[in-house]
Design a protein around this ligand. Structure first.
Ligand code: QAP
Ligand code: CO
Length: 175
């Protein structure tokens, strides 16, 4: 089932998500619905809070070297924890919860992440490139942090102005 994406400035995006303790059918249904929602919105990453569930769960679907995005490249992370970081990199990020806005954000270049899969099995991944950036972006969602929260004061002001203008235009085009 395709779910509704929570959009900024909805307060739910500031919530800190809770650890998952039950790896049951309810969790599996949520993850399946998140996948459908992400793919249907042309996203490459989605955290549970973006569909209104404050659970430490996220999914990623980064296209591979052949630029193929499919169920094969899907990664589901439950209760992820970054255990190692190195280097710094900058990437122009966007977010399904902040539509039509993109800004350069600094992230760690590579990270090691411990997490659980949908059945509760412990996993570890070493990530670099776009996958590393996407994981950091999604883990921020679990803490109630958006990429726009990382902007300098002046860029944030510019964002608020631009975003309000676009929201107004959207409303007008609907009425
Ligand atoms: C997070 O972002 C991310 O504004 C995932 O109109 C960001 O899937 C990972 C999207 C940067 C790695 C690098 C955004 C789709 C999708 C939009 C997304 C839009 C349509 C964003
Ligand atoms: Co996001």
């Amino acid at each position: 089932m395709k779910l509704t994406i929570v959009e900024y400035p909805d307060k739910r995006l500031k919530e800190k998500s809770k650890s998952v303790v039950k790896f049951d059918q309810e969790l599996h249904r949520l993850l399946d619905a998140m996948y459908e929602t992400m793919v249907g919105s042309n996203g490459i990453g989605l955290a549970a809070i973006q569909v209104g569930h404050a659970k430490r769960a996220l999914i990623l679907n980064i296209p591979d070297e052949d630029d193929e995005q499919s169920i094969d490249t899907l990664i589901e992370m439950i209760n992820p924890v970054i255990t190692q970081t190195s280097g710094v990199t900058t990437y122009q990020e966007g977010c399904l919860s902040v539509p039509s806005f993109y800004e350069d954000i600094d992230r760690y270049e590579s990270i090691t992440v411990n997490y659980q899969d949908r059945d509760g099995n412990t996993k570890r991944i070493e990530a670099y490139g776009l996958l590393s950036i996407a994981i950091q972006h999604e883990i921020d969602h679990l803490e109630g942090v958006l990429f726009i929260d990382k902007l300098s004061y002046s860029r944030r002001k510019k964002f608020e102005k631009e975003y309000k203008r676009v929201q107004k235009e959207k409303k007008l085009s609907k009425s």
